[in-house]
Design a protein around this ligand. Structure first.
Ligand SMILES: O=c1ccn([C@@H]2O[C@H](COP(=O)(O)O)[C@@H](O)[C@H]2O)c(=O)[nH]1
Length: 245
């Protein structure tokens, strides 16, 4: 995948296809990078993916596979046929699972087509260090855990990770600048955090080195989604704004 694609990935967290078109119709001819997650994929399936691709949009199919290596490998072989741009797994599934995921993708990609990028979720951006330690029983500092999972994903041959923008400098330092960082947990100043814990603004994410930001509710729940998207795009393109902590 060409890294110079639209860096703003819009999370289509909807259950109905009509909601998707209602949003996309507001964007005229803009070539969008769209994230289809579990809610939408389980409701609308491959049919919608094909329609979005036919309109020229890029797709991140965010199903976060996490199962035994054999199952994930075979599932990825099926997903490879969908011709999406990015798929993902949970790094917590371990090295063999990630290696099988990649093998499945290579095996399933139609000859002459580029295989989808495969990235691994490190720690969900809704997970705080406290929750990670107390509920998940993972010891240590959350940045160290994210970097550890990123290194494991890198050694397994994956193309990058999902993390908060806050961890991007450390991930890039450990895994190299070409290792992809796709970062949700994006909020504009004054927005509610909702269930997210490790957040930044789009501008902070850019200055921390994120390759792609994933934005859902700040666009989709906005009164004017196009205006919200353009504001984020402007913020991404202009490094001189204030930050939130
Ligand atoms: O660690 C993760 C992994 C995935 N996500 C997904 O990104 C969007 C974020 O939506 P917002 O409305 O901008 O909070 C959502 O689809 C998540 O499933 C994530 O947030 N964190």
């Amino acid at each position: 995948m060409n890294i110079n694609k639209n860096p703003i990935i819009i999370a289509l967290d909807y259950s109905e296809e009509s909601q998707v078109w209602e949003l996309i119709d507001k964007f005229d001819d803009e070539q969008l990078f769209l994230k289809v997650g579990m809610e939408l994929y389980y409701s609308c399936g491959n049919n919608l993916l094909h329609k979005l691709k036919d309109k020229g949009h890029n797709i991140f199919l965010d199903l976060k596979l996490h199962d035994i290596p054999n199952t994930v490998g075979k599932a990825m072989k099926s997903l490879a046929r969908l011709d999406v741009d990015i798929v993902n797994v949970h790094a917590a599934g371990g090295r063999l699972m990630m290696e099988r995921a990649l093998e499945g993708l290579v095996a399933g990609t139609v000859s002459g087509k580029e295989r989808p990028m495969c990235i691994a979720v490190t720690q969900l951006t809704s997970t705080s260090q406290e929750v990670m330690q107390e509920q998940l029983k993972i010891n240590g500092n959350i940045e160290d855990v994210v970097v550890h999972y990123a290194k494991l994903a890198n050694e397994s041959g994956l193309d990058g990770v999902v993390s908060s923008p806050l961890e991007v400098p450390l991930v890039k330092e450990s895994c190299g600048t070409s290792f992809l960082t796709v970062t949700p947990g994006i909020r504009m100043i004054g927005d509610s955090k909702d269930d997210q814990q490790r957040i930044t603004t789009p501008k902070q994410a850019k200055s921390l080195g994120s390759d792609f930001i994933v934005v859902g509710r700040s666009i989709t729940a906005s009164k004017n989604p196009l205006e919200a998207y353009l504001k984020i795009k402007n913020e991404w393109n202009d490094i001189s704004e204030t930050t939130i902590s």
